[in-house]
Design a protein around this ligand. Structure first.
Ligand SMILES: *Cc1c(COP(=O)(O)O)cnc(C)c1O
Length: 458
């Protein structure tokens, strides 16, 4: 018999989590205005709201925390981080920030102006927010296959070269500061971009003189998929693949809360000294001095170790096979999920799961609330609430897919937890025909409404 798969680590410390009753959960949801972001974590049994900053650090990372250097300028912790980032990405310039969106804020303050357009593959919500708040526009050039949840395309995060070239032909060069490649592509399901596609985007963009930047929160997971799925990549190490990916870019923004394996932090890494210098000024205004950027020295030390661990094959294998394990269980129960299963999360197709809930009543949000009521599990809507309103017309934007995302924190839950989640969803699935009503908005903010929107039962 072949030996089954087992995690390449054992558990040294545990954190208690508590069950609640259905009655308690229904009460808590009302008080939370039916927005799962408003729940207390103590009201949640298994928290799949996000894989961002929710992972478990290793003993080596905890050890690194203790040796962090808290000097204001030029700390050893910064030096360690700088060396690791340079080793993994090849970019010579580093600016730490307090998280990924702060990196976007700093970099876009340098590069993005009113009326600019930024083509890319399904921009992340905060990324889009930072573009639109500057009165610029994000143009989605993701391949069409990404929006068909049954399509088994191995690289559904890829950019459609024709769509991209159309952007390059439609707008003058000085309106396109860069093309942004998100690895992995979050909105369409944690889906990877192939090295071949990145290379082709680079060649096309070179012809139009447009630089490439990476939104790299899950770059190591992207590299893992390249190793597993892309022709000719099997023999390469994850670190080699990462180096090649970044060699096609001028720079990157990073949320260290994902593939940095830490609980807070971000950074910008750059090739260009002039961009670095300008971004340094914004870092000082918004984040802190350029060798700490809103982070404690110990945060940078733990991040330096985390980046190294996250680009090791054994870690990535255990991480991604756990996400697949959950996805496969759900498929066995006939639950409609996005395929292939993404790197950090399982995405459930709410339009197919709850066909009786009208689109205007937020089916994916409705499914998230049902799952919480069923078993105390917190997922997140990736649908119309997240897509927000058009900044000009103020109409709801209905995305092609209405998804419930179950994001799996890194090194945090066991496969027993995955089994529990799968059965909870199966129970909701079995009573899906009785769920005919969704929710209505009673209050929402100007932008990024999903975090704070208030809802009532329709
Ligand atoms: C999380 C994330 C961000 C924003 O990072 P924060 O650390 O949450 O501010 C940006 N882009 C992508 C692709 C992300 O996953």
């Amino acid at each position: 018999m072949n030996l089954p798969y087992a995690e390449p680590y054992r558990i040294k410390m545990i954190e208690e989590i508590r069950q609640s009753t259905k009655e308690e959960r229904e009460e808590w949801l009302k008080k939370a205005n039916f927005n799962l972001f408003n729940l207390k974590s103590s009201q949640v049994f298994i928290d799949l709201l996000t894989d961002s900053g929710t992972g478990a650090m290793s003993d080596k990372q905890w050890g690194a925390l203790m040796t962090g250097d808290e000097s204001y300028a030029g700390s050893r912790s910064f030096e360690a981080l700088h060396n690791t980032v340079q080793k993994i990405t090849g970019f010579p310039y580093l600016l730490p920030t307090h998280q990924g969106r702060a990196a976007e804020n700093v970099l876009f303050s340098v590069l993005v102006k009113e009326d600019d357009v930024i083509p890319g593959n399904s921009h992340f919500d905060t990324t889009k927010g930072h573009i639109e708040i500057r009165k610029a526009h994000a143009i989605d050039c993701t391949i069409d296959e990404a929006f068909d949840i049954k399509n088994l395309h191995p690289f559904k995060g890829n950019i459609d070269l024709e769509k991209l070239e159309k952007v390059y032909q439609t707008y003058p060069k000085d309106k396109i500061p860069f093309c942004l490649i998100t690895i992995t592509c979050n909105t369409s399901g944690g889906q990877p971009v192939s090295i071949k596609n990145i290379k082709e985007v680079k060649e096309l963009s070179d012809r139009y003189g447009i630089p490439i930047y990476f939104d790299s929160a899950r770059y190591a997971e992207n590299a893992y998929f390249i190793k597993r799925r892309e022709e000719g990549q099997q023999h390469r190490s994850i670190k080699e693949i990462c180096r090649e990916i970044f060699s096609y870019g001028e720079g990157m923004t990073m949320s260290s809360k994902k593939d940095g394996l830490v609980n807070i932090g971000g950074f910008i890494a750059l090739n260009n000294e002039e961009v670095f210098q300008k971004a340094s000024n914004f870092t000082i205004i918004y984040e802190g001095f350029i060798t700490y950027g809103g982070l404690a020295g110990r945060d940078m030390s733990a991040l330096s170790v985390g980046l190294d661990e996250a680009t090791e094959l054994e870690y990535l294998e255990s991480r991604i096979s756990q996400v697949e394990y959950l996805g496969n269980k759900l498929m066995e129960f006939g639950i409609p999920v996005q395929k292939p299963i993404g790197g950090h999360a399982v995405f459930i197709d709410a339009l197919k799961f709850l066909p009786n809930v009208p689109r205007e009543e937020f089916p994916a949000q409705t499914l998230g609330l049902e799952l919480y009521k069923e078993a105390g599990i917190r997922g997140v809507e990736i649908g119309t609430l997240l897509a927000d309103r058009d900044p000009e017309t103020r109409e709801n934007r209905y995305p092609k897919l209405e998804l419930l995302r179950l994001a799996i924190p890194r090194r945090t839950y066991t496969n027993n937890h995955m089994d529990y989640i799968a059965v909870a969803l199966k129970n909701v699935f079995e009573r899906r025909n009785e769920i005919t009503k969704g929710y209505q908005i009673t209050w929402e903010p100007e932008i990024l409404r999903h975090f704070t929107v208030k809802l009532k039962e329709a």
